[in-house]
Design a protein around this ligand. Structure first.
Ligand code: ZN
Length: 207
């Protein structure tokens, strides 16, 4: 046991180094060693570099701004029926385990004079999905961003996701899906709008 403790002792700490001075790749290399790997073996030589790039990509939402993305994609229209964008794929990382959760998000709103260019909805989802998240907050942030952008009569977001932290470890519920929703405006106050949205979500691609 004592020997094990010596092996896993933080290298940086052992050398009295300041971790804040270590590069991200050095930190990943250290992690690989602590997991019991030899970070110098061939297959792992460039892994810290790849991990850094992958994590930069998966967290790039922090540097993205919903308002900026929607700028130039808001249009005035006299349309007040429900706009629904279904089955937008997303991938995010759970903030509790840094493991992916992913699935589909369905977005609906009833305009109040303005609509959002449809191609912007998936980009808007990415702004918040490419951060460390919990599914409930991610769902709510998408709804809030749409509300802020166009002040619609109502907005609804339903998200169905599978969490690798549940599937790969612990309970291993491999087929369970977590469903969250955020309902604002008429989607919250009027049963009819909410039901219409939910029944459209439930219909599997009819076209
Ligand atoms: Zn998790």
């Amino acid at each position: 046991m004592a020997q094990h403790a010596v092996i896993t002792k933080p290298r940086a700490a052992a050398e009295g180094a300041d971790l804040s001075q270590a590069t991200t790749q050095e930190l990943y290399k250290e992690l690989l060693a602590r997991y019991g790997e030899d970070p110098d073996r061939d297959g792992l030589l460039r892994t810290p570099e790849r991990m850094e790039k992958a994590m930069q990509f998966l967290t790039k939402g922090y540097a993205m701004n919903a308002t900026q993305i929607l700028r130039g994609a808001l249009f005035d229209v006299a349309y007040d029926e429900m706009v629904i964008v279904k089955d937008v794929e997303f991938f995010s990382m759970c903030e509790h385990h840094l493991l992916p959760f992913f699935g589909k998000v369905h977005v609906a709103y009833i305009p109040n004079g303005k609509v959002i260019g449809l191609s912007k909805i998936p980009r808007l989802v990415d702004v918040f999905a490419r951060r460390l998240q919990v599914q409930e907050r991610l769902t709510r942030q998408i709804a809030d961003a749409i509300e802020d952008a166009i002040q619609p009569q109502g907005v609804g977001v339903v998200m169905e996701a599978q969490h690798l932290c549940m599937m790969m470890r612990g309970v291993e519920k491999q087929h369970s899906a977590t469903v969250t929703s955020a309902m604002l405006g008429v989607f919250r106050s009027e049963q009819q709008s909410r039901s219409e949205f939910l029944s459209l979500v439930r219909q599997r691609s009819s076209i």
